[in-house]
Design a protein around this ligand. Structure first.
Ligand code: SAH
Ligand code: SF4
Length: 367
């Protein structure tokens, strides 16, 4: 899918070399590029007018060429466990979601000093997984690099904190917006940008096998999470239409290739859905796949979405499933619920906003 540019170019869509080239083109000395980058990522300016140490005529010229837009906060919600969720407005009025999750809220049962930011990569999602709120309003458009990076800048400003980790687990399929997500990662990672280590960044995908292989060939060390949610084609086909295009054999081959090339452990995410994929017999099948791809498994009890037929299994069933995996020699964690009281599962807050204000568009599915 080609990246869409719904509006004027933004300075945060550019890397350092491109900002430098723009300065040259406008007859400015190279140090102006450094000043601009400081305004964009150090001072986190929301407009070119705010860049007060640039000559006024240059600022006017710059404003004619590009924006320095930051998303607006349409709604902010805090959960009892200190998870904070933001509904953000983009320049063209589209809405996206960003969630700040402290480790103590239970994401992966991780160390308590972590603060993970979960960002969106698309407005809506075309992949239509049956259990997911993000796909329910259909797909609208890809996010630009500046819109992806802007989520971090705004959430950190609102939260008065610095995120230690970033996961592409908000709305949208990151690997279906490949060029923009990769550029955003370069900006997040760069010393002149956000300076967040690549190893602190996780891309989550529903299983786009060719893009997983393409990612394996990139010279970046981001972490990969694959939303498996089923250990057999029959189960995945019933809940994830993407599996018809890239069935488990293809997906597993891509995961193994990624693991071999990068030498890093990947993560399988496995949503526990009552009566769909939570039978104890599924656990050894999942364990076999995890061993093949040298993956660890994150079990995620379903966060119930109104309007879907899916239910969350009992805590006891989730625990038994996790223990069976562990006994099969697989590193497995059971994610405790985070932000459950603020509809923190991807797409839920936006879906409610859309339902409240307008009819939801009929879903356009990618597969
Ligand atoms: N499109 C990508 C990334 C965004 S979804 C992907 O599918 O991996 C991020 C994760 O949230 C996925 O594992 C997805 O299956 C999961 N998810 C979606 N709806 C959920 C819900 N209601 N409860 C819990 N997890 C959910
Ligand atoms: Fe899209 Fe991921 Fe939701 Fe599936 S789970 S509909 S791929 S956002």
């Amino acid at each position: 899918m080609p990246p869409l540019s719904p509006r004027r170019p933004d300075l945060r869509d550019l890397d350092d070399a491109e900002v430098l080239a723009l300065c040259r083109e406008l007859g400015q000395p190279p140090f102006r590029a450094r000043q601009i980058l400081h305004w964009l990522y150090g001072a986190r300016a929301g407009s070119t007018e705010a860049m007060t140490d640039l000559p006024a005529a240059f600022r006017t010229e710059l404003a004619r060429r590009a924006d320095a837009f930051l998303p607006s906060v349409v709604k902010a919600q805090g959960a009892a466990d200190a998870t904070r969720k933001f509904l953000l407005g983009l320049a063209d009025g589209q809405l996206i979601e960003t969630v700040l999750i402290p480790a103590s809220a239970g994401l992966y049962g991780d160390r308590s000093d972590r603060l993970t930011l979960c960002v969106s990569t698309q407005v809506g999602c075309a992949y239509g997984c049956r259990f997911c709120a993000s796909g329910m309003g259909g797909f609208r458009r890809n996010l630009t690099p500046s819109e992806i990076v802007g989520q971090l800048l705004v959430a950190e400003r609102e939260g008065g904190c610095r995120a230690s980790n970033l996961v592409f687990m908000g709305m949208g399929e990151p690997l279906a917006n490949y060029p923009n997500v990769l550029k955003a990662i370069r900006i997040l990672n760069a010393p002149w940008g956000v300076a967040l280590g690549a190893r602190k960044i996780t891309i989550s995908t529903s299983g786009l096998a060719p893009e997983i292989e393409r990612l394996a060939a990139e010279p970046i060390q981001v972490r990969l999470a694959v939303s498996l949610h089923g250990a057999r084609d029959e189960v995945r086909n019933g809940i994830m239409p993407v599996n018809r295009r890239y069935p488990l054999a293809k997906l597993m081959a891509a995961c193994e290739a990624y693991q071999r090339t990068k030498g890093r452990m990947i993560t399988f995410e496995y949503l526990l859905l009552a009566g769909v994929n939570d039978a104890i017999e599924e656990a050894p099948r999942l364990a076999a796949l995890a061993r093949r791809a040298r993956a660890k498994v994150n079990l995620i009890p379903f966060n119930e979405v109104p309007g879907t037929r899916f239910r969350r299994p009992s805590d006891e069933q989730c625990r038994r499933f996790a223990e069976t995996l562990a006994r099969a020699g697989v590193r497995a964690t059971l994610r405790t619920e985070k932000g459950g009281d603020i509809e923190a599962a991807c797409g839920q807050l936006r879906l409610r906003e859309l339902r409240g204000h307008a009819a939801v568009a009929s879903p356009r599915r990618a597969c």
